[in-house]
Design a protein around this ligand. Structure first.
Ligand code: 3AM
Length: 179
């Protein structure tokens, strides 16, 4: 059997937004809030695939290449803490329909290809900290940034030397930005 890879579909953050997020996180939360997610790893997950064989990966790449979705803008204007999962996150109060549709189509194809899908509803978010299990004060005023999604990508999660890094394997354009 061929080796499996741990994969997920996600939106990356444009470099300027990545910088703003990292600065806001440093200004807003004490360093001992949890385990900081490295700047290069900040992303918005669309569909988690889990450990995937080369054959399934090829099928999912092919599906992704046939998706006819338009670009969209996600207002990053919400923040929160999930103590159970230990995640502090930035998110959106108004997920655009195009984002929900893209995540939905990727998640349903993943399920059809035998990738276990979480039954919790999709809640688009950018994880900032993990292992944040103690109470976290979320400021009442959150930022209001625009994440312009012009492409989505397939990422591999690689754990080596005690660290996780995400490697972009392939991306697909989301042409014509909807406002
Ligand atoms: O950083 P976020 O939360 O967007 O939480 C993991 C991360 O998402 C999620 O996949 C993304 C890349 O690692 N993830 C990890 N294991 C998962 C699982 N078993 C999972 N999502 C659902 N089910």
């Amino acid at each position: 059997m061929s080796a499996q890879r741990r994969l997920f579909f996600a939106l990356s953050l444009p470099p300027e937004l990545q910088k703003q997020v990292v600065q806001w996180r440093a200004d807003t939360f004490p360093a001992d809030t949890g385990r900081l997610i490295a700047a290069a790893n900040l992303h918005l997950t669309l569909a988690f695939l889990g450990e995937v064989s080369a054959q399934k990966e090829a099928a999912l790449r092919s599906v992704a290449g046939r998706i006819d979705a338009k670009g969209f803008t996600v207002q990053i204007d919400d923040a929160g803490h999930w103590p159970g999962a230990g995640v502090v996150w930035l998110g959106t109060r108004r997920a655009p329909r195009a984002l929900l549709q893209l995540a939905d189509v990727l998640r349903s194809h993943a399920a059809r290809n035998g990738c276990y899908q979480n039954t919790l509803p999709f809640h688009p978010h950018i994880s900032l900290f993990r292992a944040a299990t103690r109470p976290v004060a979320i400021p009442p005023a959150t930022p209001d940034w625009a994440l312009q999604a012009k492409e989505f990508g397939l990422y591999q999660s690689i754990y080596e030397r005690g660290r996780t890094r995400y490697s972009l394997l392939q991306s697909w354009p989301l042409p014509v930005l909807l406002t």
